[in-house]
Design a protein around this ligand. Structure first.
Ligand code: GTP
Ligand code: MG
Length: 633
């Protein structure tokens, strides 16, 4: 027999996020079919007036070191759509109402009764219930929530500053956000009160389900910019149950909108990369990420043959919460890479309707530009123009090479070489090396080489030498003048041909990976929620005489138990007995007076032969934020 002592104030709140890892299914990047490009990709670009994404601009600079303060002038396509703002967390003003016993009185009888009977003849957890402190404990826990929030934000700020890429760039394609599903509403204890109907019976309704958290692809977004302003997304809490068996309303859902091509990871501490939870590619795709907590049962649900007057109700289940790392990898078919000032943006503007900034200095392009290239009615491809790569980019020179991850989804690369540079061959090799250093997988992608600026004599002079150099390596370069649009069509056709071949090879694999279950995170959480209470482990530290009973099912049960009602203790005691915790503890050698911890509940163990009886005199003061149970020795 055990009797309980308090602990919830000192222990951290139990989180349904669950310490157990959520298994993820990383999906191999699937390429979009060229046919659906016009409706997606955020670029919204198209021939005939369609506009492409253009975000560029850096004033000419002598040195290539990057001062973030200069990046404030950024031109962005207007189409960035703010993500939906989550509804403010609902805090019911009459939060204490459900705690006390509600009556669905019909006109006449207004008298209040309190059913916090502190005496029952049960060997087990007993309460020195002190009704008046419930409010205090409630507000106490609220404060705690806010404190935690502040901590989280501080932690966020600290992590934003990583070296390499200027802050402005990072924020566009990477974000860290917090999501929380709504808690379930609490059930209530109420009794039917009606004139001429004695013993109306229990009528406390169940709490409503908490709101869900969804992640949705918004085709009009082309960056993760909105997450610079808004990083907390909380679904609404379910309403509490009411008298007359009225079930609480469901909490409001929250939808986190992301750009196509966003990779969602579970955020881990200390810069570690979490598992990929999902990759969201196609506009309109929607994933249920975190399901809201279940509503607590009201006393009407506890009615049984043996207990016709249940004075017990459950708390709502806490909604799961987690931090997510979002990363945008552009969804483009072809990526244009090359050294700074080689003419990459010029090439994109020559082959598509995109209007990236073009200027005669390195690092004009700071963020990738997208454009849609139309070869035919049904032959289109999305082309991305990337910032320039320098030798040593992997060490952070220039803009670094982080943005190369945008090419990971590209099937084909077009390598633009500046023919007017001193040693085009050397420039070519250096850029290839940087690509390889970023990812060996990237260097294996099919690519073609476009030798640019052929209209300039210094470029055409070196063309033959360059061509020979590459041909010895089995590469056949194209020569173009992007500015005059000469030779660009050949490059486009060749790129499209490579793209077609690639998609044929990948076809089988893509078919195999479809259909994807985007809701697998929510499914895992649901599965964990239905974990049996019989699954638990007992950890014992012999030096401290503390026994930790760990099990998802039991922890959830503790969290949902409203300790205000004394019958809750009975039920808890019964559960511990029924699922074998007591037995296992005895077997492991628990001793009189040892501490047993289950979830956030801490108890003192008492041997079964002793009778425990509580008298009314035990109603002492409670500390804020906890419900204290007396210890009986
Ligand atoms: N003569 C000539 N100049 C060109 C050609 N293509 C590009 N240029 C010029 O080269 C300069 C750089 O062009 P961009 O398209 O901005 O080069 P980029 O590779 O995008 O440069 P970053 O974005 O800074 O990496 C501009 O002044 C262009 O006008 C070409 O075919 N012939
Ligand atoms: Mg450029």
């Amino acid at each position: 027999i055990t009797s309980a002592s308090s602990s919830s104030s000192s222990r951290k709140r139990f989180k349904t996020t669950n310490p157990n890892k959520i298994p993820s299914k990383p999906k191999p990047p699937s390429r979009r079919s060229p046919n659906n490009l016009s409706s997606s990709g955020g670029a919204g670009a198209g021939v005939g007036g369609g506009e492409a994404t253009t975000y560029t601009r850096l004033p000419p600079r002598d040195d290539s070191s990057v001062d973030p303060s200069l990046f404030t002038v950024i031109k962005l396509h207007e189409s960035i759509v703010p993500v939906s703002t989550p509804p403010p967390p609902k805090i019911s003003s009459d939060s204490a109402a459900y705690q006390a016993i509600a009556y669905d009185d019909d006109e006449e009888e207004e008298e209040e009764e309190v059913f916090l009977d502190s005496t029952f003849d049960y060997q087990g957890f007993v309460s020195d219930d002190d009704d008046e402190d419930i409010e205090i404990s409630r507000s106490g826990s609220k404060d705690k929530v806010f404190e935690e929030e502040e901590e989280e934000e501080e932690e966020e700020e600290g992590e934003v500053k990583e070296k390499g890429v200027p802050a402005v760039m990072r924020c566009f394609d990477r974000a860290k956000i917090y999501v929380k599903a709504g808690d379930g509403g609490n059930g209530v204890v109420a009794f039917r009160r009606e004139k001429f109907v004695p013993y109306g019976g229990p009528s406390g309704g169940d709490g409503g389900k908490g709101g869900d958290v969804y992640v949705e692809v918004d085709g009009s977004m082309n960056s993760l910019l909105p997450f610079r302003k808004n990083i907390h997304f909380r679904a609404g809490r379910g309403s509490h149950g009411q008298g007359r068996k009225q079930v609480g309303a469901k909490g409001e859902d929250v939808v986190v909108k992301v750009a196509p091509g966003t990779v969602v990871r579970e955020a881990l501490k200390e810069g570690m990369e979490g598992e990929v939870l999902m990759e969201l590619m196609n506009p309109g795709e929607r994933a249920l990420l975190l399901p809201g907590g279940r509503g607590g049962k009201g006393n009407a649900s506890f009615k049984s043959g043996t207990n016709k007057v249940p004075k017990i109700a459950e708390n709502g289940e806490e909604g799961a919460e987690m931090w997510l790392d979002l990363e945008l990898k552009l969804v483009a078919d072809v990526g244009i890479v090359g050294a700074p000032n080689a003419g990459k943006s010029t090439l994109l503007s020559a082959i598509s309707a995109a209007k990236p900034t073009i200027a005669n200095y390195p690092f004009t392009t700071l963020l990738p530009n997208l454009g849609v290239v139309y070869l035919d009615f049904d032959a289109t491809m999305v082309v991305a123009d990337l910032p320039g790569l320098l030798e040593g980019a992997h060490q952070g020179f220039g803009l670094g090479h982080e943005f190369l991850r945008h090419t990971e989804r590209c099937s084909v690369l077009v390598h633009v070489v500046d023919g007017s540079s001193l040693q085009p061959e050397y420039e070519f090799d250096a850029v290839r090396l940087e690509i390889e250093l970023f990812s060996p997988g990237l260097v294996e992608k099919p690519y073609l080489v476009a030798y640019n600026k052929m209209d300039l004599p210094e470029a055409s002079e070196k063309w033959l030498r360059f061509k020979e150099h590459l041909e010895t390596h089995g590469i056949h370069p194209f020569c173009i003048s992007a500015m005059n649009r000469q030779g660009t069509h050949d490059v486009v056709c060749a790129a499209y041909e490579l793209l077609r071949k690639e998609s044929e090879t990948n076809k089988d694999m893509q078919e195999w990976t479809n259909p994807r279950n985007l809701n697998h995170v929510a499914d895992t959480i649901q599965k964990q929620r239905s974990a049996s209470m019989n699954d638990f482990e007992i950890f014992h530290d012999s030096s401290t005489s503390t026994w930790n009973v760990v099990g998802a099912g039991l922890q959830r049960f503790v969290q949902m138990t409203n300790w205000q009602y004394t019958e809750s203790l009975k039920r808890f005691q019964h559960v511990l007995e029924a699922c074998g915790v007591n037995k296992s503890l005895v077997k492991r050698g628990v001793k009189e007076g040892d501490t047993v911890v289950v979830g956030e509940m801490e108890m003192v163990w008492h041997n079964a032969t002793e009778k425990v009886r509580v008298s009314k005199s035990n109603t002492g003061k409670q500390s804020a934020g906890s419900v204290r149970w007396p210890q009986f020795k």
